[in-house]
Design a protein around this ligand. Sequence first.
Ligand code: F6R
Length: 602
Amino acid sequence: MCGIVGYIGKKPALPVLLSGLKRLEYRGYDSYGFCILEKKKDVFLYKKKGKISELQEDFSNIKGQIGIAHTRWATTGAVSEQNTHPHFDCHKNIFLVHNGIIENYQELKEQLIKEGHQFTSETDTEVLAHLIEKYFDDNLEEAVRQALKEVRGTYGIAVISKKDPEKIVAAKLGSPLILGINDNEFLVASDPAAIISSTRQIITLDDNEIAVLSPDKFFILKEKPIEKIEWDIEDAQKQGFSHFMLKEIFEEPEAIKKSIVGRMILEQGLAKLGGLDEVSERLKKIEKVVIIACGTASYAGKVGEYMFEEYAKIPTKLEIASEFRYKNSILDDKTAVLAISQSGETIDTLEAIKEAKRKGCLTLGLVNTVGSSIARETDAGVYCRVGQEIAVASTKAFISQLSILALITVFLGRQRGMSLTTGKRILQELEKLPDLARKILNKSDDIKDLAKKYSEYRNFFFLARKYNFPIAQEGAIKLKEIAWKIHAEGYPGGEIKHGPIALIDENFPTVVICPSDSVYDKMKNALEEIKARKGKILAVITQGNDEIKNLADDVIYIPKTLEMLTPILTTIPLHLFAAYLGLELGLDIDKPRNLAKSVTVE
Ligand code: F6R
């Protein structure tokens, strides 16, 4: 998520904007920019790559009292000054900052170019500036209103114009936007953290609302109550959550949505992945996929292996990147190597890509951080676009990786004889997941109680089969890093009887992931084997299953979905379980000991 701040009032705008941008920087943005309307309709526009905290320049001569500012975390278009906001129209009359994704920007851009508009960036945002220009007739809010009618996607925007200079127009759909209210000054921001040092009086804009701020008044299409911010700055950055990890887990439904929005053509059962289009012909000839990743990302990759083989009918293997690099795998130009990484900087994964390239493979990336080393090193790829993760443990990015792997399955599958019906079915079920994920999070208090109940144990098994086996590994890695006083292992359900069952007794609980799927009966056998050895069982099962309730000590329900998509739902309670258990043990769940967010050493 990018950050927006706007100011209109009686003071120089720039210091207020810069302080707001600094308050947002904790999220780790890659570039920033601002635009100030000076007297006599001059505009001061500034854009820079890097961190705002490193800004040295003296701007004391910039006195304009109206301005907008933005910190960018690249999604569409690389990290560059051209792609940094504010964006502007052909004649530099209209300036705009945006948070969100304009899904239909390509078609709008093509049309606007035909109409003679000239673009200077690769972003989706720039189409908004040109669309507003198209409808501008001396009234900025009217032009914004007209322009937004043509837009599909999400936005929180703040717009100013040299030709209608006494106002900021703000509008929102799907992305957060608030107004800050003070005596003779008004602010607009994507996040209360950006304005909390100016005012605590805010109005939260609702979707499809447009606000017009002038130096002495503001106006929204309907009357809205003024609320008071009761948090301090750090709380504001965590948006009311005690920890970033919890905030990021609660963003998981949104992460699914952001990963799939604009990437599905439902009626044709097709996945529309712009980043793979340019290698689409080569992908048709690929005979084998190797997925490379580390840690949590490798568990996403393992789910991908199962998805690709079952639905896209393409031989696929997950390889731990640090192993792949040294084991001299048999690869050629008919192999696609797909690297999965949240940070895009993991050295083992990066070096493995280089090795694959040396062997002539097509290299693809599934990365969250735009412009990162892995994104640049791979031939093509897909971005997660779920915003920066602050907590060390990867949560919302993992959920996004799984969602996008399902899209890539459809992309590859439809190239290889997957039927229209199957393609459609996967996409339709995928589309329902954000709501189903929310239902799980609505029961977070139950999971907190379970974490308390199980906090006395120091060893855990996580067991599952097929699609959920990697989720057993994910549940276990989260527990050992976040609640590191506990040891946990994730095993395939069928393997426990080949050794590990010797460990089971009343002091060694097992989390059994057992949705109603094609391996349900087999998992039930494993569950009974544990029960017979007096092992405690916490089962993650599908809503409506009354059978396991009697075998397990405790249950967590997930809503019903397609088998290949169950990992996306079963993961969510396990992320919460680890976070709450860590808190129960008095640990800092955002910064587990001995770990770093991106692992750039071998
Ligand atoms: C676990 C975790 C790590 C990372 C791994 C790879 O919660 O976050 O296991 O998944 O270090 O990192 P990326 O995805 O940045 O390549």
